[in-house]
Design a protein. Structure first.
Length: 90
């Protein structure tokens, strides 16, 4: 029982990190598009790459959880995985 609560806590933290990561990515993307100097664009590009790597690690963890039988309601996990995969570059 304690393991299930611990797992649920981890999932909730992961879901929160996904939302924060997507918001951060969108903010950096806006700054990248509005940057006028090359050095600014390079800095924002590096920040985008770092944020993508974080989101990809979270996506991999979500995929692991989706493939286990320990979790019954997988819809939020699948939704967050799709959100990560569709982080917009627009």
């Amino acid at each position: 029982m304690a393991d299930k609560r611990r797992l649920q806590g981890e999932i909730e933290r992961c879901n929160k990190k996904v939302q924060e990561g997507c918001d951060t990515f969108d903010d950096i993307w806006e700054k990248f598009n509005s940057a006028t100097q090359l050095n600014q664009k390079e800095k924002f590009e590096a920040d985008l790459k770092r944020e993508i790597k974080k989101l990809q690690r979270l996506r991999d963890q979500i995929k692991t959880w989706v493939n286990t039988n320990d979790i019954r309601d997988k819809a939020p996990l699948v939704e967050n995985r799709k959100k990560i995969e569709n982080v917009s570059f627009t």
